[in-house]
Design a protein around this ligand. Structure first.
Ligand SMILES: NC(=O)c1ccc[n+]([C@@H]2O[C@H](COP(=O)([O-])OP(=O)(O)OC[C@H]3O[C@@H](n4cnc5c(N)ncnc54)[C@H](O)[C@@H]3O)[C@@H](O)[C@H]2O)c1
Length: 345
């Protein structure tokens, strides 16, 4: 089996590459190595950028520094592959409103190229959308409790209307890629899926305030840097560990049930920012110094995936609970403190 992973040197992409190489597949990581948000994390940008590249090189992954916006190059590298997993993206809402051109060209045109390549080569493909496609109208349906927002019913499934509330460019570009994946399924019978992913976390995630909040909190806590919570901190997600998503990609490859899926940890991994900070403090042995700042534009205060569709159609089940996943993340941060802490946050 030969797999091409776009964004293979990113956080999630690097886990996908590791997952398939360990299964004995030939793996290509196709990444332009931009990672725009890295320079805003307070971490050592170049070291962080190269970390996943060097890690994958050591595993025997073929590394290609190239852009998904270049269709010919993408097609060339994808030919001969059996499966494409498309994780490359401009993933941050903040950057999307600062640079909407970067957002639209990467997330919409880049995904269009990936879908076209998959159609031409007749191979299955999964795109990464996000739970943000539902929009933040969900905020109007919440109760506020001591440490978290709540909603009844708790889980939200794929039939919930998309794009409610105030939209950012990221909402538009991710919804477009989600819709276009369905367009290719319906029009060309492409074996494709769009995964609407919830908050993801894990090792090799250089999280900052723009993207990757669990890792951002954990890194800052270990380095003893203060961390900032935007809003009340009662925002809630069914966080999911990266390897559980790798299992979902593989479950799609095996089941080949095209469609749109909510992919998250479900009710058992739901945790608010405040609760997660508490957990990090407990595992790290010291509660972090927390500052509060106003809510950010278009923030979604609540999302817990109803994962029934993925459980049934893909025969997939997330396994890792927050305590185990956050402990693994914190161990990795401690082991790599040197490269993470070369700049002051
Ligand atoms: N991390 C999360 O919590 C989360 C939540 C929901 C959805 N997602 C989605 O999952 C996917 C992976 O997210 P991540 O956290 O691993 O992001 P990441 O930023 O760590 O990785 C994305 C990778 O894509 C690469 N890339 C960007 N533009 C490219 C281009 N034009 N051509 C080739 N490569 C390019 C970057 O260099 C980077 O290595 C993204 O689609 C993201 O929107 C992530």
């Amino acid at each position: 089996m030969k797999v091409l992973v776009t964004g293979g040197c990113g956080f999630l992409g690097s886990h996908v590459c590791e997952f398939y190489i360990k299964k004995g597949a030939a793996v290509i990581a196709y990444d332009n190595m931009t990672k725009h948000e890295l320079k805003r994390t307070g971490l050592a940008t170049e070291e962080a950028r190269d970390f996943n590249w060097n890690f994958l090189k050591g595993l025997g992954v073929k590394l290609v520094k190239a852009d998904i916006r270049n269709y010919e190059e993408l097609l060339d590298h994808a030919s001969g592959c059996d499966y494409m997993i498309h994780t490359a993206a401009q993933p941050a809402m903040t950057i999307s409103w600062e640079d909407p051109r970067l957002d639209i060209t990467t997330n919409i045109m880049g995904t269009f190229n990936v879908l076209e390549a998959a159609r031409k080569l007749k191979i299955p493909v999964v795109s990464c959308a996000t739970i943000h496609v539902y929009g933040n109208k969900i905020n109007e349906e919440l109760e506020e409790e001591k440490t978290r927002y709540t909603r009844k019913p708790q889980g939200i499934n794929e039939t919930y209307p998309i794009l409610g509330g105030s939209l950012s460019p990221l909402h538009g570009s991710k919804a477009a890629l989600d819709i276009y994946t369905k367009v290719y399924i319906d029009t060309y019978q492409l074996e494709a899926a769009s995964f609407r992913l919830t908050g993801i976390y894990g090792t090799r995630q250089f999280g900052g305030e723009d993207h990757g909040w669990v890792a951002n909190f954990a890194i800052r806590a270990v380095l003893n840097w203060p961390l900032t919570v935007f809003g009340t901190g009662k925002q809630i997600r069914d966080i999911i560990y990266a390897t559980d998503i790798c299992e979902a990609f593989d479950a799609f490859y095996k089941s080949r049930k095209p469609g749109i899926y909510n992919i998250g940890g479900g009710l058992k991994t739901a945790i608010s920012l405040l609760e997660c900070i508490d957990l990090i403090g407990e595992i790290n042995g010291r509660q972090p110094d927390v500052q509060f700042a106003p809510d950010r534009y278009a923030d979604l205060r609540y999302f817990i995936c109803d994962i029934t569709k993925a459980q049934k159609e893909l025969a997939w089940e997330p396994k890792i609970l927050p305590r185990e996943g956050v402990s693994t993340l914190i161990d990795w941060i401690k082991d790599n403190r040197n490269i993470l802490a070369t700049k002051e946050g």
